[in-house]
Design a protein around this ligand. Sequence first.
Ligand SMILES: Nc1ncnc2c1ncn2[C@@H]1O[C@H](COP(=O)(O)OP(=O)(O)OP(=O)(O)O)[C@@H](O)[C@H]1O
Ligand SMILES: [Mg+2]
Length: 234
Amino acid sequence: MLKVSGLNFYYGESHILRDVDLTVPRGEMVCLIGRNGVGKTTLLKNIVGLLKPRQGSIQFDGHPILNLSPDRRARHGIAYVPQGREIIPRLTVKENLLLGLEANPNKPKKRDTAIPDDIFELFPVLETMLTRMGGDLSGGQQQQLAIARALMGQPQLLVLDEPTEGIQPSIILDIEAAVKKIIRTTGVSVLLVEQHLHFVRQADRYYAMQKGGIVASGPTHELSNEVIQQFLAV
Ligand SMILES: Nc1ncnc2c1ncn2[C@@H]1O[C@H](COP(=O)(O)OP(=O)(O)OP(=O)(O)O)[C@@H](O)[C@H]1O
Ligand SMILES: [Mg+2]
């Protein structure tokens, strides 16, 4: 589904990503772990097209995508929920959700009826808040809205950057459950950056990053306490 090979990225002269190889198989959840500032967000931004690497290749569904803009990548099925969520505070929940349709290749013409029920089955709280301003939602609700908005584009790959950062534990479990359900019901693949061990363990595979390079990877059931202590802030 997604294949990153030999990726090198620089901010100016600082070498941020070093020879990164990473694969996300279809229908799987892959988790990228690593301490603050090692380059996790930078890697995701390269994948979704917000940053351009100096070297390397990225293939999606067997096609090279490095020359595609973020919009084109979105329409090819790559949805991105950035760190810090970036929902639009002065639009309502419904308007925020409808923005997600822009990436949808099967975009319905009548926008009014366009929010599918399965979005509300995943995130029931959103249905009760459709007319509320995005900025008035709690952090956890905003995160749910951001993921729901990404799903409105009917993506094939969902890229999530620390979806549980700063969110209370009960909502973390809700978000975790929703992500698992999304994978089960839609067959979407997920690439996740995460610090919460419980959530990390839900993934099929992990990659651990240090100083911009991948230094360990494997099935999450093989994730040792040593690796966890080295790469997660637990
Ligand atoms: N716009 C920028 N210009 C220059 N350097 C940057 C820029 N954005 C990030 N960096 C640097 O690149 C490195 C990697 O940052 P990045 O945000 O990818 O880390 P991260 O692993 O996502 O960290 P965190 O866990 O804190 O989110 C850091 O040293 C950071 O200071
Ligand atoms: Mg980050």
